[in-house]
Design a protein around this ligand. Structure first.
Ligand SMILES: [Ca+2]
Ligand SMILES: [Ca+2]
Ligand SMILES: [Ca+2]
Length: 215
């Protein structure tokens, strides 16, 4: 593991709060080794390059690029752009209207929380290779008997996945609208609890329950 320090800063550009586009950008560059890079609470551009890297953007509107290798990217709060690059990457969906691109390989798009502000867009989700991973403690369900329950770890059961504009029955917890690409979570399917838009995927995908994993 290589320790990475901030290698360059363009912070000599004066910050003008009214014009975010010219706020300073702080750049972090990994190397061919496995790097763990914790950026700053400001606007960062973080490049992991080769190796299996862990990139944390923290606050600010960040750009994270994993490059080659199996990388884990977490944009943190605010509006981030995450690009996994080659390899089997894990991209974490966090607060802000993030834009996530897995790139090549089998990528995992992970929710650690169900209480996320904003709606992230996954630009290149592949129904053949990629999965959405949901934390079972966050994505608990509300069966008709009034209890609180947890989905078993592993792939979502087929009966809990639905294609359509809204859940079709009481145990449709995940719904994909193939016309719009919207992906919904609903703790009680057609019951009274709110249907929550959790991500925007490409439209027209051949999504199945196999694309949803409970962890
Ligand atoms: Ca940041
Ligand atoms: Ca690296
Ligand atoms: Ca990668």
């Amino acid at each position: 593991m290589t320790t990475v320090t901030q290698i360059s800063s363009m912070s000599q550009v004066p910050a003008v709060p009214q014009i975010p586009a010219i706020l300073p950008v702080i750049v972090f560059m990994g190397d061919s080794d496995d790097n763990i890079i914790d950026a700053t609470d400001r606007r960062d551009h973080v490049f992991g390059r080769g190796g299996n890297d862990t990139l944390n953007g923290l606050d600010g509107n960040d750009l994270l690029e994993g490059g080659a290798g199996n990388d884990t990217l977490d944009g943190g709060a605010d509006h981030d752009v995450l690009r996994g690059g080659k390899g089997n990457d894990t991209l974490i969906i966090s607060d802000g209207d993030d834009e996530l691109t897995g790139g090549g390989g089998r990528d995992v798009f992970r929710f650690d929380s169900v209480f996320i502000s904003g709606t992230s867009t996954i630009t290149d989700f592949s129904a053949k290779k990629d999965v959405i991973q949901l934390d079972r403690s966050q994505f608990f369900i509300l069966p008709p008997n009034g209890s609180v329950d947890y989905l078993p770890v592993g792939k979502l059961a087929a009966r809990h996945f639905h294609i359509g504009a809204a859940p079709g029955d009481a145990n449709d917890y995940i719904t994909y609208n193939a016309g719009t690409g919207d992906l919904f979570f609903d703790r009680d399917g057609t019951g009274g609890f709110v249907t929550q838009l959790i991500a925007k995927l490409p439209s027209g995908l051949d999504m199945t329950h196999n694309n949803i994993v409970i962890s």
